[in-house]
Every structure is written in structure tokens, then in C-alpha cells.
Design a protein around this ligand. Structure first.
Ligand code: ADP
Ligand code: MG
Length: 257
């Protein structure tokens, strides 16, 4: 087994495809035989429900880990995908930030927990919330790399600059080895010039980190979470399934570069 790679899927904008990417990249990596842990770090718990778990019925979630009440091994659950396990989250996570006020080393809680179980996985994928809160800081501190989904729309670049600034701050203060894993375009609509323009512009400034695989806007991708299934189980022949499989291949390729 290779060395584990911890990838934070992040972008402070909401609705850009973070959760969809976390679910389907994790599931696709598992279909290639990788051992994967996906961590739901968003109080919305959409990764948790999107993989078929009853988020409100969970006895233990990532919240309990942040409060030191349970370890990752206590909390992790199997999913409908072989080789993919999950650390679930739900609305209880909202309270964690306040409860951790004044706690020392509170940026390092997730990192320290992951140290204990890292060796069992090839990939650990963290789905971040759409804000720069303490939970996101924990994710960026624990991660080796950052994978940024960008929705093909006007203000995509503006958000990207802000995110690169945040990453640099985290590198200075908390995690000097943090790198960019890659940038993936989501909800691409080949019929609009705008989508094409955004792709060209980002490629000009960040060429080498942009994945060749572009995720199209695909109705089946939007439907799959309400069935609690990743796209490769919900509709294996869809464009969405195809594009996330290609993305997983590229992520695996970069493992060796
Ligand atoms: P985020 O986690 O960044 O807030 P989500 O992954 O939850 O974003 O996506 C926002 C919404 O758009 C969700 O309803 C999701 O199902 C839908 N969605 C995401 N990616 C696609 C896509 N490629 N095609 C169609 N719908 C998508
Ligand atoms: Mg999300």
C-alpha cells in the first residue's frame, strides 16, 4: 500500500460542487481498489446522507471527535461502496466551534486523530464547509493537499484568489507542507461561452494544476444524493459517472508524480 494522501475538498463558496466531488471522487477511488475514508466536515451532513446514511440517526459523528469524546475508529462507518468508509456529520457540528473556544491546539484536533488511523488508507478525502471556520482550518491543517472544485461562472476567479491567500496563511502558520492537489471544473455547460471562458482564464493562471477531466452539468449527478448513492451506482452510464471516474484516474496518476 502506498503512502496515504489526505485531500481537503475546499472552496469557501457554497454550491460549487464540493460535496458532489467528495462523494464521487471517494467512491470512484474505491472502485479502483483504493482504501478510502471520506470525512464529512460540514454541519449540513450532505456527504453523510448522500452516501445513504441516516445523518440524524447517528449516535457518533465528527462532532464527538472534536470534543474528544470519541476517536475516528469509534465513529467511522461502512458505506454502500466497498472500500469506502465515512466519518459522518450532522447539524450538531454547528456547536463545536463555540465549545472549543479557548482549547489549546484546537486547530490540530483532526490532524492528531488522523495520525492514529492513516496507515489503513490510500486516500482520506475531507469535505469542507463553505466557510473558513475552525473546522475548515482543522481540515487544511490535517491535509497534504487541497482539491478545489470551481463552478464555471463569472466570479469563480475572485473566489479562487481568496482561497489561495487562505492556503498561504495556513502554510505559514499551521501546515508548511500543504500543496494544491488540483483544480476541477464542475457544472460545465458546453453550450455556454461563459463556461468556456472561465475554463480558459483559470488555465491561463494555474495551468498545470487543472485536471483534464471536467465535470459537466448533469441531471443524474443532482439526483443521486436523494437516493443515497454515489453516481457510479445510481447511473453508471451517465456523463457524471464517466467524468468522476476520469477524475479519480487523474488523482491516482498524480500519486506517482
Ligand atoms: P457544495 O458542497 O460546494 O455546496 P454541492 O456538491 O452540494 O456543492 O452542489 C450544489 C448542488 O448542485 C447540489 O444540489 C448538487 O446535487 C448539485 N450539483 C453539483 N454538481 C453538479 C453537476 N455537475 N451537475 C448537476 N448538479 C450538480
Ligand atoms: Mg457541501
Amino acid at each position: 500500500m502506498g503512502k496515504v494522501r489526505v485531500i481537503a475538498v475546499t472552496n469557501q463558496k457554497g454550491g460549487v460542487g464540493k460535496t458532489t466531488t467528495a462523494i464521487n471522487l471517494s467512491a470512484s477511488l474505491a472502485t479502483y481498489g483504493k482504501k478510502v475514508l471520506v470525512i464529512d466536515a460540514d454541519q449540513q451532513g450532505n456527504t453523510t446522507s448522500g452516501l445513504g446514511l441516516d445523518k440524524n440517526g447517528m449516535e457518533l459523528t465528527i462532532y464527538n471527535m472534536f470534543l474528544g469524546e470519541a476517536t475516528i475508529s469509534d465513529i467511522k462507518q461502512p458505506t454502500c461502496v466497498e472500500g469506502l468508509e465515512i466519518i459522518p456529520a450532522n447539524i450538531s457540528l454547528t456547536g463545536a466551534e463555540i465549545e472549543l473556544i479557548g482549547k489549546e491546539e484546537r486547530e490540530f484536533i483532526l490532524k492528531e486523530e488522523l495520525e492514529k488511523i492513516k496507515e489503513s488508507y490510500d486516500f482520506i478525502i475531507i469535505d469542507c464547509p463553505p466557510s473558513l471556520n475552525l473546522i475548515t482550518i482543522n481540515a487544511l491543517t490535517a491535509a497534504n493537499t487541497v482539491l478545489v472544485p470551481i463552478q464555471c461562472e463569472y466570479f469563480a476567479l475572485e473566489g479562487l484568489e481568496q482561497l489561495l491567500h487562505t492556503i498561504n496563511l495556513v502554510k505559514k502558520r499551521l501546515n508548511p507542507y500543504l500543496e494544491i492537489e488540483g483544480i476541477v471544473f464542475t457544472m460545465f455547460d458546453a453550450r455556454t461561452n461563459l463556461s468556456l471562458q472561465v475554463v480558459e482564464e483559470v488555465k491561463r493562471s494555474l495551468g498545470s494544476s487543472v485536471y483534464r477531466s471536467i465535470i459537466p452539468r448533469n441531471v443524474r449527478l443532482g439526483e443521486a444524493p436523494s437516493h443515497g448513492l454515489p453516481i457510479h451506482l445510481y447511473d453508471p452510464k451517465s456523463k457524471g459517472a464517466e467524468s468522476y471516474a476520469l477524475l479519480a484516474e487523474e488523482v491516482i496518476e498524480r500519486e506517482w508524480s
